[in-house]
Write a protein that binds this ligand. Sequence first.
Ligand code: TRH
Length: 396
Amino acid sequence: MPVCDNPCSSVFSSFEMPASTPCRWDIFCKVIDNFGDAGVCWRLARQLANEHGARVRLWIDRPETLDAMRDGTEAPGIDIRQWSKHVAPTDPGEIVIEAFGAKVPESLLAAMVASPHPPVWINLEYLSAENWIEGCHMLPSPHPRLPLTQWFFYPGFTRNTGGLLREADLLIRRDRFMSRGSGPFWHRLGVAPPDAQALRVSLFAYETEGLGGLLEAWRDGDRTVWCAIPESRVSPQVREWANDSLPAGGAPLHRGALTLQTLPFISQDDYDLLLWTCDLNFVRGEDSFVRAQWAAQPFVWQIYRQDEDTHIAKLDAFLCRYLKNAPKNTADALRAFHAEWNPAAGNSSARPGGAWPSLATTLPVLQRHAAQWCDHLAHEIDLAAALAEFAKGKLK
Ligand code: TRH
């Protein structure tokens, strides 16, 4: 069965596509917390629709999570549907993706078994830089009871993984934006542009003990720091640090060498612009972490915490890969900062203010390193293309 030449079933005809249009994808997303699960699925759905002619049903248990990220963005080819244990399709597409452990309902599994052409059933995993994922990527996992096979798909940083989400025109758009300057962007956000001499920082984070120390290091430092803070879990802590004196209406707050600029939670597309235009980005989770790498700017990753500190091995694996070709001083400074920004459980002595001076000194080197890393990654296949290729192979 060809992957992209099938007439679409009647259910998918609600998309009003021509009969020759292709691949019907179902992506299942369960929002565990925050924005990452929804953010990745939405980005993947958009790319499959825009670049691979896919018709995607994005099944999400909490569709409202997408609202601020989409901010009204049109999504031709994507049908966002709410699902739960009780409301789920019984007419699978050609490709069914369970993202990040979202388990499709039994009724759909039964329909998959009954289908004359069972769909390609994919388990899309979390991103990791650990070596073992290469051995598990694209492995089959037979269902314990039903005549169905699921395939593991691991995003990653190497050729033997599924790659990272990257729209075909992303780096071109980034370079065009950078060559035009960020003035119109700030104007659109209603924000006074940062001083040209200032170090521009974006801060997207979970609650963290190290925040106060870092803000104080910036406040008392030699260089002006302008820090944009889109609304997130760290925002209440920022307000507390500022003694609730952040001006209303988004005006900046000045403290010594530091200017704090709060922002609302902006759309995914605008968030890219913010990452591109800042000299240093604090990111977290999975999707902002990847977008920071496409920004080709230095970044600090606050990894999502897991029980028994298993996330620390994941963080180390990434830093190892990322810093492999970096000068030793630079690698040491970035590692030290990450250790303070991601303390192991029970280590409450973390004060990233302490590791800041070394990181600040090495930022120009880190900037070049980030650009090289981005170029290197851009030579690998992107996740949407890898999934499309894999599905095509399985549907033959
Ligand atoms: O929000 P996150 O912490 O998401 C997650 C989830 O917690 C998830 O359960 C966990 O498994 C995963 O991390 C590892 O961080 P992330 O992944 O960076 O997602 C944030 C999304 O929000 C991303 O798509 C970018 C988007 N975003 C905006 O659209 N506008 C904004 O202003 C900001 C700051 C982010």
